[in-house]
Ligand binder design. Structure first.
Ligand code: IMP
Length: 178
C-alpha cells in the first residue's frame, strides 16, 4: 500500500517492512556483540514498541530477560507533556544491564521520566534502543540513546506499532502524515 487514510488524516509510505527488518537485524547483531556474557534485561515501552521488540528479539541470541512498562504521553499528534504511568518497572534492576526499547523518541520526555526511575534502582548500566528518533524534536540530549534504527524529520508517523489516535498500529510498514 502506498497510502492510507486514518480518521481525518492521509498518510504516505515512508519505511517499508523490509527496510525496517534489515536495520533491526543489524541492531540485533550489535546488541549480541555489546552484551555478550552479560544477560541484559530488555524493557519494552508499551504500547508502541511491541512490534519492534518482537522482531528485535528474534535477532538476539545472547541470554536475556524481557519486561514491559506502559507509559502514555500522547493524545492525537501533539505531545501533551504529561506522563501517565499505567504499569511500572520491574523492581529488581539493581546491578542489571538494562536496555530500554522504544518505538520512537520525539521530545524525549517519556524517556527522561523512565530513565530517572530506572537509575533510582542503581542498575549496572542503562542504554536505550529506539527504532525511530526525531532529533529536531528532542528537548534535552539523551546520552543513553545508543541504538537508533532511523533518524527521521519532525513528521508524524504511523504503523509498525505506532498509532494515530489508537489506530494504525497493525500496519506492516511505516507511513508519514501528508
Ligand atoms: P516523547 O516523550 O515526546 O519522546 O514521545 C514518545 C512517545 O510519543 C512515543 O513512545 C510514541 O508513543 C509517541 N509518539 C511520538 N512521535 C510519534 C509519531 O510520530 N507517531 C506516533 N506516536 C508518536
Amino acid at each position: 500500500m502506498n497510502s492510507v487514510n486514518i480518521e481525518d488524516k492521509d498518510f504516505e509510505i515512508y519505511l517499508e517492512n523490509d527496510q525496517i527488518n534489515k536495520r533491526t537485524r543489524l541492531i540485533g547483531i550489535q546488541l549480541n556483540v555489546d552484551y555478550e556474557n552479560r544477560c541484559p534485561i530488555l524493557i519494552g515501552v508499551l504500547n508502541g514498541s511491541f512490534v519492534f521488540m518482537a522482531d528485535l528479539l528474534k535477532e538476539i541470541d545472547i541470554s536475556c530477560e524481557i519486561a514491559f512498562i506502559r507509559i502514555s504521553s500522547y493524545k492525537g499528534i501533539e505531545s501533551t507533556g504529561t506522563i501517565k504511568e499505567a504499569f511500572g518497572l520491574p523492581e529488581n534492576l539493581h546491578n542489571r544491564d538494562v536496555i530500554l526499547i522504544e518505538d520512537i523518541v520525539d521530545t524525549g520526555l517519556t524517556l527522561k521520566y523512565i530513565l530517572e526511575k530506572v537509575k533510582q534502582q542503581d542498575p549496572a548500566s542503562v542504554k536505550v534502543c529506539s527504532l525511530l528518533f526525531k532529533p529536531k524534536a528532542l528537548l534535552e540530549p539523551i546520552p543513553e540513546l545508543e541504538y537508533v534504527g532511523f533518524e527521521i524529520p519532525n513528521e508524524f508517523v504511523v504503523g509498525y506499532g505506532l498509532d494515530y489516535n489508537g489506530l494504525g498500529r497493525n500496519l506492516k510498514d511505516i507511513y508519514r502524515a501528508v
